[in-house]
Design a protein around this ligand. Structure first.
Ligand code: NAD
Length: 229
């Protein structure tokens, strides 16, 4: 397989795992993140800044050639009861999680449409289709990514560009490092596989959509250790 892929949120956690898996399979990877990423082309940009994302994507095209795949992983999380969700926190959660996903897709879709080919995988969350204590604002943005991905898949039908989403369950990454409830025996005991899903298992789901079955459209695959059964 192989080709050129842009991965947002490439510097850490799931994004870094996706970049490693792509690299192993012969892809050339541009990592877009606030921080430098260990990729073929490290693009430092804030996904909430549409102009900065567009210019980073242009640079990737100029230096690496046509973009075959986009994986939108950049995101933030915080646990907050609903009465503590200030305007500032809500707007930031929206801007990064759904705004960043939209900005990356809006920058890459015209390139893919011009070449009549491309595959987009967004990262939502199983909280975007389920629910969890203290996660209302985060879950709202992840549910928005599910709706956005399905609708974009329909919007692009017949163009050669496909869109799907991976909706992971709790995974062992820096995002959850400070979040002790996810590590508690009581939580792990509720998971049919008895452990958190591993970042490389989520990366494998992304690569399945990019490499094995790029003809799928609007699907939500949830590697989540059985959390939502
Ligand atoms: P992480 O914190 O380890 O990595 C997130 C990356 O996104 C970081 O490199 C960070 O710099 C980057 N980022 C954050 N804001 C950005 C911005 N404004 N512009 C550019 N880059 C930005 O987190 P993770 O656990 O790897 O999570 C990655 C994605 O997976 C997120 O969208 C998250 O919601 C989703 N997810 C994670 C889990 C989990 O349990 N870890 C579960 C379901 C979904």
């Amino acid at each position: 397989m192989g080709g050129v892929a842009i991965v947002t949120g490439a510097a850490s956690g799931l994004g870094a795992s996706v970049c490693q898996a792509l690299h192993r399979d012969g892809w050339t990877v541009a990592g877009l993140d606030l921080r430098p990423s260990n990729t073929d082309l490290s693009l430092q940009a804030d996904v909430t800044d549409a102009a900065a994302v567009a210019s980073a994507v242009q640079r990737a095209t100029a230096e690496l050639g046509p973009i075959d795949a986009l994986v939108t992983v950049a995101g933030i999380y915080e646990e907050l009861p609903v009465e503590s969700i200030t305007d500032e926190r809500w707007n930031r959660m929206l801007a990064v999680n759904i705004g960043g996903t939209v900005n990356a897709c809006a920058a890459v879709v015209p390139i893919m449409l011009a070449q009549n080919a491309g595959t987009i995988v967004t990262i939502s969350s199983d909280l975007g289709v389920g629910g969890s204590q203290g996660d209302a604002h985060y879950a709202a943005t992840k549910g928005a990514i599910v709706g956005f991905s399905r609708s974009l898949g329909v919007e692009l039908q017949g163009s050669g560009v496909t869109v799907n989403s991976v909706a992971p369950g709790a995974a062992d990454t820096p995002m959850l490092a400070a979040d002790s409830p996810w590590r508690a025996e009581s939580f792990l005991g509720t998971l049919p596989v008895g452990r958190l899903v591993r970042p490389e298992e989520i990366a494998a789901a992304v690569l399945f959509l990019l490499e094995v079955w790029p003809a799928l459209v609007g699907q939500i695959i949830s590697p989540n250790a059985g959390a939502t059964i």
